[in-house]
Write a protein of this length. Structure first.
Length: 143
């Protein structure tokens, strides 16, 4: 008899535990939503960033800035204008469309990069480039 009572009490306890575990309270739902939101980092953005690298075509040190609207200007460090156009993020790739060539859109791999850090990037055409992020510099077209 004692065994039957203990067994019945254990079953009742388990049943209550399962019901509570499968039916979270509103507070638990809010906490779970906050955890899910916090676990998803914001996508990397290139707007209002500046980068230095060696231009692969001209073979000169270059600096490129992308403004808040997604327009980019690339100048040689010496000041000579190299290129300009538009830039947009597509997933984890930065895609550039030159206003000076008929090459069309060229996309490069990206990863979150802080000021002072470098990253290796690869274009959709397989071209490799190492770029270094520097503090944002608003650039204008040379006259």
């Amino acid at each position: 008899m004692r065994l039957t009572i203990c067994f019945t009490a254990a079953l009742a306890l388990c049943a209550c535990s399962k019901q509570q575990a499968t039916t979270p309270t509103a507070d638990n739902n809010v906490a779970e939503a906050n955890v899910a939101t916090a676990a998803t980092p914001a996508a990397f953005q290139i707007n209002e960033t500046t980068w230095t690298y060696t231009d692969p075509m001209k073979k000169v040190p270059a600096q490129e800035s992308i403004d808040a609207n997604g327009n980019y200007i690339e100048n040689a460090v010496s000041g000579t204008h190299i290129d300009h156009g538009t830039a947009v993020m597509k997933g984890d790739k930065a895609c550039f469309t030159s206003a000076m060539t008929k090459e069309g859109e060229v996309c490069w791999t990206t990863k979150p990069t802080d000021v002072g850090q470098s990253m290796d990037t690869v274009s959709d055409k397989g071209q490799k480039l190492t770029v270094t992020r520097i503090a944002y510099v608003a650039m204008t077209m040379p006259k």
